[in-house]
Ligand binder design. Structure first.
Ligand SMILES: Nc1ncnc2c1ncn2[C@@H]1O[C@H](COP(=O)(O)OP(=O)(O)O)[C@@H](O)[C@H]1O
Ligand SMILES: [Mg+2]
Length: 509
């Protein structure tokens, strides 16, 4: 089933809400192509969900162009771009088809390694005979700066609340929703110019069956979220200490909220288990500092906490991931807004884990997240942990859903069966051994008696013997010392190799 965002995506410029001047510019631009002129490609710049991609497709549709699209989830290495764009841009239309090339979210081209991607784009732009529309959230992203001289930038504004309201109203009517204007206006306001999220909110609320004004009022503020998404992208993508520590500058949220966002999205970005584990280690250290802020009202600790959760997490990866990752809203907040019964289950589980690991139930949430990853990656270890934390069947189901939990339960059952079989075998062995033990005891008793007799005799231990013992001890000490020195050297070397982390740890010593 199509999401409402797709279902109601305008196919024609006349249905695109707002952006009146932009539409006129686009029309003039494409008409000049049709007249045989060769104007610069257009870079549409604007916040997420304001209609950039929609505008490009609607324009193509209105003028009978076929769209060839590349977006940020494609691997943008230069050969791929050359193949797709290069071909389409210069190929003549065999069946009289006209092609419009859409390069979506070009600011997603990241870092130095992709410079080839940008330079290839520039080459293609220079050669292209077909119209090209590029889109970006941020025209001044360093990654695309070199592109700017070759394009005409058109800036889009966030869609006006009033226009958003009208779009929502139309959808509500078509879907036969029972919702009043006040509520629709509130959804529009919350979206801060992002029509995609406004429509998504409407759909989610309609699905939940609760479209009351009270619920809508509690929707998270998208403007704040947008900033958090930007910060997340910086923290999770960079491997640079300085860049990571400034990521939270524009985020208008407290660290205890931000830490949940980071925790939620670390496993989405990082692909190696060690990286995830390291990142969570830093997060839980950060969490401890946050705890001190609360306990002692000492806001100085905030700085440590934020450095750990930004730079610590950033440096936990070996290298940056060149992929597009859809980040998401922390599940934990959703859990907290669930029913009372569900909240109670969660709290019970967190308390159990907290008791076992001797931590607060907040820290236990990170453990729970790791457990969830493990459950998918390595269910055998996860099953052991479930057993250790004494999480019960119904709790497990509430946590992970039917499929994952039944998998874990099956593993647990098998493990228990094997264990009891092993125990039985060992019991049998033990009985046999017991008889042997009796015999042994006898022998030992006898030896002891013999020794006593000897001790009485042996008062005169020779001088040489004492000296020998001392010498023995000393060589032992020496060997141990040498071993220690060797190990320390090894360790130092290891630390050196781990340079990145060492700098960070040193910061907090
Ligand atoms: N100006 C608009 N008028 C009508 N619908 C819009 C508009 N902008 C966005 N939408 C809706 O939001 C969805 C996402 O828009 P999109 O063009 O993909 O945003 P962007 O590319 O700017 O992130 C569209 O599928 C459409 O349903
Ligand atoms: Mg888009």
């Amino acid at each position: 089933m199509l999401s409402w965002v797709e279902k109601y995506r305008p196919r024609s410029l006349k249905d695109v809400a707002g952006h009146e001047k932009v539409k006129e510019k686009l029309k003039t631009w494409i008409e000049s192509y049709l007249k045989g002129e060769n104007p610069k490609p257009i870079l549409l710049v604007g916040p997420p969900g304001c209609g950039k991609t929609t505008l490009a497709y609607a324009l193509a549709n209105d003028y009978g162009f076929e769209v060839i699209e590349l977006n940020a989830s494609d691997k943008r290495n230069s050969s791929a771009i050359k193949k797709v764009v290069g071909h389409a841009a210069t190929s003549s239309s065999i069946f009289g088809k006209k092609f419009l090339i859409v390069l979506d979210e070009v600011d997603g081209i990241s870092g130095k390694e992709d410079a080839g991607g940008v330079s290839e784009l520039i080459k293609i732009i220079k050669k292209a005979k077909n119209p090209i529309i590029l889109t970006a959230n941020d025209a001044y992203a360093t990654s695309i700066r070199s592109l700017l001289p070759y394009v005409e930038i058109i800036q889009l504004n966030p869609v006006h609340t009033n226009s958003i309201y009208k779009v929502l109203k139309k959808i509500a009517q078509k879907e036969g929703l029972d919702v009043d204007d006040k509520t629709l206006k509130m959804i529009a306001q919350h979206s801060a110019g992002d029509l995609r999220s406004a429509i998504n909110d409407l759909e989610a609320l309609a699905l939940s069956g609760d479209l009351s004004y009270e619920t809508v009022q509690k929707l998270p503020d998208r403007k704040r979220e947008a900033n958090i998404f930007d910060a997340l992208r910086v923290i999770l993508k960079t491997t640079h200490y300085g860049i990571a520590t400034t990521a939270l500058m524009n985020v208008d949220e407290t660290p205890d909220v931000i830490i949940e966002w980071i925790a939620e999205n670390v496993p989405k970005e990082y692909e190696k288990a060690e990286e995830v584990a390291r990142a969570f280690e830093y997060l839980s250290k950060a969490d401890r500092y946050l705890g001190r802020v609360m306990k002692r009202q000492n806001y100085g600790f905030w700085k440590y906490a934020t450095t750990l959760m930004t730079a610590g997490v950033a440096l936990s990866k070996d290298e940056k991931y060149r992929k597009w990752t859809p980040y998401s809203y922390p599940k934990i907040f959703r859990l907290l807004t669930k029913t009372k019964a569900e909240r109670e289950i969660l709290n019970k589980i967190l308390k159990k884990i907290g008791e076992k690991t001797h931590t607060s139930s907040k820290r236990a949430r990170f453990d729970l997240q790791i457990l969830e990853i493990l459950a998918k990656e390595n269910p055998y270890i996860a099953a052991d942990l479930v057993d250790y934390f004494e999480i019960k069947e119904d709790e497990l189901k509430a946590l992970f859903g039917e499929r994952l939990s039944s998998k874990l339960l099956k593993i647990l059952k098998e493990k228990k069966k094997k264990k009891s079989e092993k125990n039985k075998r060992e019991d049998k062995k033990d009985k046999k051994n017991e008889d042997k033990k009796e015999v042994k005891k006898e022998i030992i008793k006898k030896k002891k008696e013999d020794k006593k007799v000897e001790e009485v005799k042996g008062y005169e231990i020779s001088d040489t013997e004492v000296k020998k013992d001392i010498k023995n001890l000393e060589t032992q000490k020496q060997v141990k010392k040498e071993k220690e020195i060797k190990e320390k050297k090894k360790e130092d070397k290891k630390k050196e190799n781990k340079g990145k982390q060492l700098t960070l740890d040193a910061f907090f010593k």
